[in-house]
Design a binder for this molecule. Structure first.
Ligand SMILES: NC(=O)c1ccc[n+]([C@@H]2O[C@H](COP(=O)([O-])OP(=O)(O)OC[C@H]3O[C@@H](n4cnc5c(N)ncnc54)[C@H](O)[C@@H]3O)[C@@H](O)[C@H]2O)c1
Length: 304
């Protein structure tokens, strides 16, 4: 958002607000930094910053929290409501972007592109056998905007697509698309790629756990573009160490940035991202405009 701020600053100021954009340390502020910054602030456009009860307790002027993006897992929504803070996100903004990112992991894992590239740079002419995507099964956990965009891509590659999502709306879209709703057991046992595109909730925490991984095929891959804690990384490490699955592609992690000591590092069969699935020029432009719109609309409502 900060890269786009100059385009929107005059509009925000003409609505009567001063704009402050303190440099973000790394991926997001921590609680103490937010508490220091928030007094005097009536509206915020936030990334994945932790808006906990303690933060709301110490933000006496805050009226509106406009989430830049979709996942609201870093925001304590009941605490926001108790403090009278209006919270909204930008739904539907990153369907194509994050689906492209997931498909990038799928294609790279199927054809070992990164490994070949690295070996070529080291002077080696490496020719590992890959996988034909057409005819393979992809199981998608969470069939919302991103899951459906990914499903369309996988179908276009000739894959069979299964989806797990408790929402009735997901089932009706799946039926129209030719995607089959399935339970977790079926997805674990039959998919060559299990892709998480779900939000982080108490129900999705460690959805891909030791039990799920134990049911997976030995030639199957886990891809996670939803939220890190959906996959139990300790259980994933063990499954990889024991060769019980073929590999993984991870855009998101239980702790971000990924610690240098992570047991997932330095494996030819694991692709590591940097929670960057939504980060395209077009996506940033679109989402920033929507977040500003959301912020100003909500501020106008609370001040009227
Ligand atoms: N990697 C990235 O950069 C990146 C970027 C944007 C979003 N995300 C993540 O992707 C998530 C999904 O985004 P979206 O736009 O598709 O959201 P969405 O709201 O359109 O879809 C989420 C879907 O997940 C389903 N769901 C909820 N609980 C579930 C459960 N227990 N099991 C299975 N499915 C469940 C919902 O019913 C819904 O259909 C976001 O919440 C965010 O965490 C990641």
């Amino acid at each position: 958002m900060q890269a786009e701020l100059a385009k929107h600053q005059a509009r925000i100021e003409s609505a009567g607000y001063d704009v402050v954009a303190p440099p973000v340390p790394g991926q997001q502020f921590d609680e103490d930094q937010l508490i220091e910054l928030l007094p005097g602030v009536v509206g915020v456009i936030a990334g994945d910053d932790p808006f906990t009860e303690r933060v709301f307790d110490n933000a006496p002027d805050l009226k509106v929290l406009a989430k830049w993006g979709i996942g609201m897992d870093a925001i304590d929504l009941p605490a926001a409501a108790a403090h009278g803070v209006d919270v909204m996100n930008t739904p539907g903004m990153f369907g194509n972007e994050v689906a492209d990112c997931a498909m990038t992991y799928v294609l790279n894992l199927a054809r070992h592109v990164v490994v070949i590239h690295e070996r070529n740079n080291n002077g080696e002419w490496f020719k590992p056998e890959g996988m034909t995507l057409s005819g393979q099964t992809m199981g998608i956990l969470g069939f919302g905007n991103i899951g459906q965009s990914l499903g369309r891509r996988a179908l276009a590659f000739g894959m069979n697509v299964l989806a797990f999502d408790p929402a009735p709306a997901a089932a009706s879209v799946a039926a129209e698309m030719g995607v089959q709703m399935a339970d977790l057991d079926t997805i674990a046992r039959t998919s060559r790629f299990v892709v998480s595109t779900a939000p982080l909730t108490p129900e999705t925490f460690h959805l891909v756990d030791a039990e799920f991984l134990s049911k997976m095929r030995a030639d199957a891959y886990v891809v996670n573009v939803g939220r890190g804690p959906i996959v139990d990384e300790a259980a994933l490490t063990q499954a990889l160490d024991e060769g019980r699955i073929a590999g993984a592609g991870l855009d998101v992690f239980e702790v971000e940035p990924l610690p240098a000591t992570s047991t997932l590092r330095h494996r030819d069969n694991v692709l590591l991202g940097s929670h960057n699935g939504s980060n395209t020029h077009e996506g940033v432009v679109r989402t920033s405009a929507r977040a500003v719109e959301n912020l100003l609309t909500a501020l106008a409502k609370v001040s009227s």
